[in-house]
Design a protein around this ligand. Structure first.
Ligand SMILES: NC(=O)c1ccc[n+]([C@@H]2O[C@H](COP(=O)([O-])OP(=O)(O)OC[C@H]3O[C@@H](n4cnc5c(N)ncnc54)[C@H](O)[C@@H]3O)[C@@H](O)[C@H]2O)c1
Length: 268
């Protein structure tokens, strides 16, 4: 049985990696999905891919840091579908630099997208939900880097930890309206599924990059890194009426990464 039939969902940041996986997962459960991205190909190819699999989707181009553009995007979704039931705030800028190196301009842009974009999309989607008295679900994509101090990633860690408390505070603002706000924490993600999706969208297979200095797979308690489909099934739960009294919480899909006693090396 499809758990999101009749629901209209906006997913931001629909690259072939996590956003594409989340959008596809919601569509597979019957949601009509609006794929929103500042990069036109990421919005349109994601929507085309969902439609090609038998789902319902549209792509819209929007920079989530531009309040006018966010308002226009929400108005367009209202015009096309009548309203919004689910918002997944996934758009983000990854990677970064240390506090010693980070230029202010780069810091400001990363904070603007990761924190400000989530604020603006939540604000305008929630206003529409309140106006229409829809008991919607808003999901905020965080990161294990929001729970821990990662070196060389100052603005990313700061923005993602900010989103954890943004989620709680927004959940309180919206609880009287029956609107739920929860975060979902991914971690270092297995690259294969995103690569396969990029190829399915007609893109060249990206070259495999070296894993860098950190051996994520060895250090994660369950010995397997999550794929976007693992995040999607958690997002479906948070979006669906199955989680009707869950708000202000964080659902970690991290194979045990944040719970781990830090000096323990799994398998050692
Ligand atoms: N990849 C990981 O290992 C990982 C781990 C933990 C958390 N996350 C989080 O998951 C989310 C998706 O990550 P991903 O790996 O798929 O990244 P990605 O770079 O593949 O996708 C990010 C998407 O956001 C879009 N975007 C960026 N700025 C935007 C803006 N101003 N307006 C609208 N769209 C914008 C990009 O165009 C892109 O499509 C991010 O929030 C990220 O922080 C990723």
């Amino acid at each position: 049985m499809e758990r999101l039939t009749g629901k209209i969902a906006i997913v931001t940041g629909t690259s072939p990696n996590i956003g594409g996986g989340l959008a596809g997962g919601l569509a597979d459960e019957g949601a009509v999905v609006v794929c929103v991205d500042v990069v036109p190909d990421n919005a349109c190819q994601c929507a085309d891919w969902i439609v090609g699999r038998g789902g319902r989707a549209t792509g819209l181009v929007c920079d989530v840091t531009d309040e006018g553009a966010v308002q226009a995007m929400v108005a367009k979704v209202r015009e096309m579908h009548g309203g919004v039931d689910v918002l997944v705030n996934n758009a983000g800028i990854l990677g970064g630099q240390s506090v010693l190196e980070m230029p202010l301009e780069r810091w400001s842009r990363q904070i603007a997208v990761n924190l400000g974009g989530t604020f603006l999309c939540t604000k305008h989607v929630a206003r529409l939900m309140v106006e229409q008295q829809r008991r919607g679900s808003i999901i905020v994509i965080v990161s294990t880097a929001g729970h821990q101090g990662q070196p060389g990633n100052i603005a990313y860690c700061t923005s993602k930890s900010g989103l954890l408390n943004f989620t709680r505070a927004a959940a309180m603002d919206l609880a009287p309206h029956g609107i739920r706000v929860n975060s979902l924490t991914p971690t270092a993600t297995d690259a294969e599924e995103g690569v396969e999706r990029a190829v399915a969208w007609g893109r060249a297979r990206p070259e495999r990059r070296g894993g860098g200095l950190l051996d994520f797979r060895r250090m994660v308690p369950m010995g397997q890194l999550p794929s976007p489909r693992h995040y999607a099934s958690a997002a479906v739960f948070l979006a669906s009426d199955e989680s009707e009294l869950i708000t202000g919480t964080d659902l970690r899909v991290d194979a045990g990464a944040v719970a781990k006693y830090w000096p323990w090396i799994p398998g050692a």
